[in-house]
Design a protein around this ligand. Structure first.
Ligand SMILES: [Zn+2]
Ligand SMILES: [Zn+2]
Length: 377
């Protein structure tokens, strides 16, 4: 039986191949014979960031997942940056991405399923007409079809992509005095870097890294990838808490997309930033660790000592879940009391003491859980 492969998308193949070859062959030669100066490197960094953040903060966290709202000026800037990044229109990209989340790792439905291998999920999926039947089916993005900027960008995508990809480098080249240098560095190298770092989210971030929150899909947390992708490397967290405007939730995690969205909210151009409840995040992590240790111990389930260890593990696990629930319930009530300005009352004072006690007990239980699980993982 012969299986016919879907037709090749020659335009995509040509763009990816040509830009890649120019970036790796012509650019070093130009650097050697003519050279680039500081202003050009700085402009490369700026243009790369403009493209990257338009995709991560705009296409991804704003439009695909609706994790916050942005005013029309911000949306317009993202729409231009997205066309400059040459990753298709907002509508098309978001439609693909919503399917990716819904059917993650399903080789027939996930447009860039990581289970089809590195090459396919990185770039292969765009080289042939794999899912031609749904190319113009945007029924999963009805909400986005009400956004005038999204529809304007979708209708004028090709024009915008050409204008930005030639216009910005040419403009800079003329002002700076080296048109060819600008076309190479700001035009081609910027595009190739922006393409492949974004593609890493679909490929590497589903292959390389840790799974602290869930192992129900292939998504991984990876700090190195976060550095290259404006924070999108914390992909394991993202696949379970996709409505959260953050991907790196700790202060020390590199997530400039989060910093950008938050900073913009201080000047009022973004609002309603959504975050996942802390207790759900902590519970997910605890559940994952419990499963992992359980799996280790199950290997030799027959031994009595392992059975005892499993029983103790379950006991500590249940205790921790209970204490998490108690503490966050109390925390919610404390916030309510604060809101109503009732903390001065006598009962509230008593409640505050209870709250502090719960906090202390949870901390103790966390430590005991850590000590126990550290022996196995
Ligand atoms: Zn996503
Ligand atoms: Zn993913």
């Amino acid at each position: 039986m012969t299986t016919t492969k879907p037709p090749v998308l020659w335009l995509n193949v040509t763009i990816f191949t040509l830009t890649f070859l120019i970036a790796v062959i012509a650019t070093p030669l130009y650097a050697y014979f003519v050279g680039f100066d500081g202003a050009q490197w700085l402009m490369l960094l700026f243009a790369f960031s403009f493209c990257g953040l338009s995709i991560t903060a705009g296409y991804h966290r704003l439009w695909s997942h609706k994790t916050y709202e942005a005013n029309s000026v911000v949306r317009f800037i993202y729409a231009i940056g997205g066309a400059f990044a040459l990753q298709n229109s907002i509508l098309h990209w978001s439609s693909d991405h919503r399917i990716h989340h819904r059917y993650v790792d399903n080789n027939d439905k996930d447009p860039y399923s990581a289970k089809r291998g590195f090459f396919y999920s990185h770039i292969g999926w765009m080289l042939r007409e794999y899912q031609a039947s749904r190319y113009s089916d945007y029924s999963n993005c009805r909400d986005l079809q009400k956004d005038k900027i999204v529809m304007w960008q979708h209708k004028n995508y090709v024009t915008l992509a050409i204008l930005t990809n030639f216009g910005f480098p040419l403009l800079f080249g003329v002002l700076h005095g080296d048109i060819w240098g600008a076309l190479l560095l700001i035009g081609v190298v910027r595009l190739v870097l922006s393409h492949h770092t974004t593609f890493f989210i679909n490929s590497l971030a589903h292959i390389w890294g840790s799974q602290p929150y869930t192992d129900k899909n292939t998504a991984r947390d990876n700090g190195v990838l976060a550095l290259l992708t404006f924070g999108e490397g914390y992909h394991n967290f993202h696949h379970i808490f996709e409505n959260d405007y953050r991907n790196g939730i700790r202060w020390w995690q590199f997530d400039p997309t989060k910093w950008l969205i938050k900073s913009l909210s201080w000047i009022g151009v973004t609002k309603n930033l959504r975050i996942s409840p802390e207790d759900r995040i902590e519970k997910a992590k605890v559940r994952m660790l419990h499963r992992r240790v359980q799996q280790r111990l199950m290997v030799n389930e027959a031994s009595l000592s392992n059975q005892l260890k499993l029983a103790r593990l379950d006991e500590e696990y249940e205790l921790l879940l209970q204490k998490i629930a108690d503490y966050y319930e109390a925390k919610k009530r404390l916030i309510e009391l604060k809101k109503q300005n009732l903390l001065k009352h006598y009962e509230s004072f008593e409640f505050l003491q209870q709250y502090n006690e719960m906090k202390r007990m949870l901390e103790e239980q966390r430590q005991s859980w850590q000590r126990l699980t550290a022996q196995y993982v």
